[in-house]
Design a protein around this ligand. Sequence first.
Ligand code: SF4
Length: 679
Amino acid sequence: MTEADRTVEARDSVCPFCGVGCSLSYAEGTGGATGAPGPINADGEICPKGAAAFDIVTHGERLTQPLLRTDDGFVAASWTEALDRIEARIGEIVATHGPDAVGFFASSNCTNEENYTLQKLARILGTNNVDNCARLCHSSTVAAMQDRLGAGAMTNTVEDLREADAFLVTGANPAEQHPVAFRSYLLPAIQDGTTLIHVDPRANDTTEAADIHLPVRPGHDIPLLNAIAKVLVEEGLVDEAFLDRRTEGFEAFRASLADVDVAERAALAGVDEDDLRAAARAYGEADRAAAVTGMGMSQHRCGTDNVHALLNLALLTGNIGRRGTGVNPLRGQNNVQGASDAGTLPSVLPGYRDVDDPAARAALAEEWGIEPPVEPGLTEVEMTHAFGDQVRAAVVLGENPAATEPDGNATAEHFEDLEFLVAIDLFETETTQYADVILPGSAWAEKGGTVTNTDRQVLRMRRMTDPPGEARRDLDIVASLGERLADRPFASDPAAVFEELTRVSPIYAGMSYEGVANGGQRWPYPDGDDSGTEVLHQDRFANGDRTAPLVPVDHVPPATAPAGDELVLTTGRIITHFNSGELTRRSETLTRMVSEDALQIHPDDAADRGVDDGEVVRVASARGAVTAPADVTSAVRRGTVFLTVHFADSPVNRVTADALDPTAKIPEYKHTPVTVEPQ
Ligand code: SF4
């Protein structure tokens, strides 16, 4: 345990699952996790996943020693043997093909320090081929918000959303995916009279609290949002003073709405026109209206444009720069915000400065003694597609891209093509089966460091126990890889690495490891502040501009339209499980609650195909097929079916589409034409 870890009196750490960032502690009595009062969960409340967080730490299937691939399968090895193998093979590949022949997959489930060190290793080695799985969830949201406002993060805090008079929740299901944020802040506001508009093809736990449900046809958010914009303008629900003071391009934007026929767009989006108009009025008439957005918006080939259309609504109505307003992407993993903040992105350095930004490059050169490469690297999906060709070797830290990337059968072939793969993980996963070297890493309770939650708050993780067997802390592992591959010392003390991050990333400047110990410090963090900036864009936008543009956005149809009797598969998450399920499916408690996937299908669609409730069905696309029992329910709109992303027995990404958003390179997970038939 480092000195920095020893100085904290509490044993509280941060939940390893969603981006809310609840504080957890170790319950001596039960040997499990318990909620601890923290910056977000002030009363110590947690959800079922948080309560099961220790199930993963103590699980008997944890990897406990390095494994090397041989002709006879994996064999246990010493750390020296494993690191020797990595140094030799990656060294050969770099010597033969150059550093861009190596790709680095960072982790939204690892700390800021681990991610910072991994991108530092990649860049000192000479490549910007480093990315994290934000690419697969909110890269389009970040792209649009960074472009328009200068910051790709929640404009507001989870706490101040409590002050909204209306919520426009689009493509998100916070009641299940961010339960403590929903129960502690959104739901109390709704119970006090805040109007909830829920835009989602599927009625779920969030919809239960909604005043208006717009069951949008997957892939048709832009027609819906443009129609709302038209109603706002037609009915004088725009904020003229804000438009004058803080925006540009209103007249051109208004002109672009001339072609928008509200009834026709509502029909195209598959929603009732009166409901759409009611939603527009509720949003436009509210003194404070907050948009909350999720992967139902971002995971489309037009994900960036979807968010641009949503930003237009906030700008039209002056719902930005005040408490209880804004555009607020809820982040899915406990450090998906921080992984990107720390620079694990191929086109930007720590703090979102372009890889060719002279000031950023100079700051890094001063710290590292070497400038990072100037050309942007490949994104996660681009790297996978380049396996065996442009990319010969990969290092995967705590992620499972073989399961989480779209078009899984093709992804498996890409992994087969890779010459050398290093996987750092807690368990064997779909990805480790392709590895040449598997390194046993550390669980959340075994490490110190920091994570940055969904509302930009840097929170301290604290080490409660040691990794099992010969498993090591992830930061030690990445630092060892750095020393072997880049031939220089790498710090492995979280405090030292965090302090380095504050020196090279302007948005973290002024924070300190001790300062984030008791309550978070939020970026941006102005000089002399003690907690950071809660509401962004108050007088100026984060890019320094006083005004932001209104941008006309045209509908972009999904890459592939359903043909014949195909339905549209969309995907999502449930409260009891997390991502590919590698962690939560190992919890007996969570698995007792839900142990298998189910295909939600509308009763009319089920009847048309002779599918009975509970019957196992085959769900097939042009890319592959999975099976799952049918859950016949009118919760899902006709023509749409739904599977989660959590279950290895129904690996939904064997089916999903891989059309990419041209700006953010996020795959179109949320719209895949499929056939459904009894198995
Ligand atoms: Fe963990 Fe999120 Fe649940 Fe809080 S709401 S306990 S951070 S999964």
